[in-house]
Design a protein around this ligand. Structure first.
Ligand code: C5P
Length: 298
């Protein structure tokens, strides 16, 4: 986080994530699903600026660095926005009256499976804890984060990689010994997470994350990377025909390993190097999808 002096703006980057492995283990009584997923943070980032404001005042503005023609309507800026909900929940949990002005520059596509909204909200909890001088320990921030969504805890942990279980909120950080290069590709239009989960049906042979965890532990050799797996790929493909097409484009363009992140609609291709990623992206740029070249990193 840049600038940690009280009274000065705090400028913080919020990274996106990829699910390299995602198994859905079953439906829960509370309507959510139990998961086992391996996540990696990537350097496609939103930027948030936090400024002190008078007591009780919470103001939020959003600037889009992405085209809504390609992605569909932007996330709401009103009460439903996860950043504002995070700020309110933190204020309520700590009985603080302090205010804040929050500005978000949005570069992470939404309805994409990249966790952008969750990352923005987790970043808000971390930043306001600092701006407001609350000194809440990380364990308390984790508890608040879990009330706002399943992916926030990964971003609170500020780790490059982790295996996440239960609803997604139980995070065990893992070392990522090498930087990994990816091309992201998103078809026109996104997918709503709840719709994709609703269409999920149990597999006869559930997969475990063991191959991915062993690969991380063994030094993350790109040539030996296991194939990505995502139990939400089948329902996402049913809901959005562009997902299968986007995966095919990444394969045809020469990506080494191809998968879908979260509940889609973004697909990713693992590449041999940054140079290779730029070449892969160049080959699919003219197609009916948007591409990004990105690397692992918080
Ligand atoms: O946790 P989050 O609010 O991001 O989840 C959005 C929706 O995705 C939930 O309302 C739920 O329908 C679905 N979901 C799920 N199981 C999870 C995570 C999300 O069913 N572990």
């Amino acid at each position: 986080m840049r600038s940690d002096r009280r009274g000065k703006p705090l400028v913080v980057e919020a990274p996106a994530k990829l699910n390299l492995f995602l198994e859905v283990l079953g439906r829960r009584a509370d309507g959510y699903h139990d998961l086992e997923t391996v996540m990696a943070a990537i350097n496609l980032r939103d930027t948030l600026t936090f400024r002190p404001a008078p007591a009780g005042v919470l103001r939020f503005t959003q600037r889009l660095a992405l085209s809504t023609a390609q992605l569909g309507p932007a996330p709401p800026v009103g009460d439903g926005n996860l950043v504002l909900r995070a700020a309110r929940l933190l204020a309520a949990a700590t009985s603080t009256a302090a205010g804040a002005e929050i500005e978000l520059i949005k570069r992470i596509p939404w309805q994409a499976g990249l966790g952008g909204g969750s990352s923005d909200a987790a970043t808000t909890l971390l930043a306001l804890n600092q701006l407001w001088g609350l000194r809440l320990p990380l364990s308390d921030l984790h508890t608040i984060a879990a009330q706002l969504g399943s992916d926030l805890n990964f971003f609170i942990a500020r780790t490059t990689a982790a295996v996440c279980r239960d609803r997604g909120e139980s995070v065990q950080p893992r070392a990522l010994r090498r930087r990994l290069d990816f091309v992201l590709a998103q078809p026109v239009g996104g997918l709503a997470t709840a719709d994709v989960f609703r269409r999920w049906s149990r597999s006869d042979a559930p997969q475990t994350a063991d191959a991915w965890l062993n690969w991380l532990a063994d030094g993350t050799n790109r040539r030996a990377a296991p194939p990505p797996y995502n139990a939400l790929l089948a329902p996402a493909r049913e809901l959005h025909p562009g997902v299968a097409e986007t995966c095919r484009r990444l394969v045809a363009a020469g990506a080494v390993r191809v998968g879908m992140t979260g509940s889609g609609s973004v697909c990713f291709g693992m590449c041999r190097s940054r140079r290779h990623a730029l070449a892969v992206a160049g080959r699919i740029r003219r197609g009916a999808c948007t591409t990004w070249v990105t690397q692992t990193g918080t």
